[in-house]
Design a protein around this ligand. Structure first.
Ligand code: KG4
Ligand code: ZN
Length: 345
């Protein structure tokens, strides 16, 4: 039986390993450990992830993170039944570190390997801790992707909408960068928006057209041109012109307006999705952006108004993590879906 699953995630800037227990006979399911080495401080000075630095750091840390995950779960490597690893999408160099590591383990331990789609990991992450009824719609929003999934069963899903340009988290990160705020932008924008009481000062574009796809690059442009109009940004020098208290005031207003705008876009897209798929039982919210408390409250209210259940994962399962990879592998293993050592990124 495939009871203990090791989940390895290294698609971007988090080196993550988790142990998930799926004991069908005893009916015991759950995350035994979920360890992580974050590279945020490594990339912060560049305002975004530098791929070459990311893969080098994964290589340095992955063995240590796995050792911690086994230790926390109180299991030895030989007790692991299945090795699961993210194979796509992601940064090639980063993915390769995780995959080579996973293949070596699978080969040395003579255990099965399962390659996992990172997006499927995010989309099913709300189910790690909750019994979410099918069918449901998952809004996944992170730094690399934003999509709507129609989820019909375990591993049975289709993408019904996705971003045509930037991801939602990228909008937070890019706007933060142009107004001189640190990377990643999401958490600091939430904090500033709270200070500004989530008021919509500048009313950025919500986009037009009744589509389930997203587009966030226009918001960044809107924020920039709006600042130019108010004389607080020099487009040629690419420079935010305010400092001190004035800068803080402006950052607060922009952060608040941006968050309210993105919240409105999410609700609008969910409304379109509900219209197209009226039989859904619930809404879920996943990915790094789902750490945002304001967005969770807004979406909860929206779901209540539409008589839908609403679920989201704990923050440690929102941002990139090994648990969601192991979780997806747990139902794949139960379905008898395995890969061979020939899998590639
Ligand atoms: O899922 P994740 O860790 O990595 C990717 O797969 O991209 O998501 C990271 C993204 C970043 O863009 C970050 O700004 C955003 O999630 N994020 C947030 C918050 N915390 C992280 N966005 C909004 N509010 C937050 N509190
Ligand atoms: Zn992710």
């Amino acid at each position: 039986m495939n009871r203990l699953i090791l989940g390895i995630e290294s698609s971007c800037d988090e080196t993550a390993v988790a142990v998930y227990r799926a004991d069908v006979e005893r009916g015991e399911f759950g995350v035994k450990s979920n360890e992580l080495h974050s590279q945020i401080t490594l990339h912060q000075q560049f305002g975004g992830v530098v791929p070459e630095l990311a893969s080098r750091s994964h290589l340095e840390k992955i063995n240590m993170v796995m050792t911690q995950a086994l230790h926390k779960a109180n299991v030895s490597l030989s007790e692991i039944d299945v090795i699961a690893v993210t194979t796509h999408p992601g940064l090639p160099g980063s993915l390769l570190i995780g995959l080579c590591f996973a293949k070596s383990l699978a080969y040395a331990l003579n255990k099965p390997i399962i390659g996992i789609n990172h997006l499927e990991g995010h989309a099913f992450s709300p189910m790690i801790e909750n019994n979410v009824p099918f069918p449901h719609i998952c809004l996944t929003a992170s730094g690399g992707h934003t999509a709507l999934f129609l989820i019909k069963g375990f591993g049975d899903y289709e993408i019904i909408g996705q971003t045509v340009d930037d991801a939602a988290g990228e909008a937070f990160d890019k706007v933060a960068k142009v107004v001189g705020l640190p990377y990643p932008g999401g958490p600091v924008i939430e904090k500033l928006a709270r200070e500004a009481e989530f008021k919509d000062y500048y009313t950025y574009t919500r986009g037009s057209g009744k589509t389930l796809d997203f587009s966030f690059s226009g918001i960044k442009t809107a924020v920039l041109y709006d600042m130019v109009k108010r004389g607080v940004y020099d487009l040629h020098k690419k420079k935010f012109l305010l400092s001190g208290d004035a800068a803080h005031e402006e950052q607060k207003k922009i952060a608040s307006s941006l968050l309210v705008c993105i919240s409105d876009i999410f609700k609008k897209k969910l409304a379109y999705a509900l219209e197209a798929y009226p039989h859904i039982q619930a809404i879920t919210f996943a990915g790094g952006v789902a750490c945002n408390k304001y967005l969770k409250v807004e979406l909860q209210q929206w779901a209540d108004q539409h008589h839908l259940h609403f679920f989201y994962p704990s923050p440690q399962y929102c941002t990139d993590n090994g648990a969601m990879i192991a979780y997806v592998a747990s139902y794949k293993a139960a379905q008898g879906v395995f890969d061979t050592l020939n899998i590639d990124i």
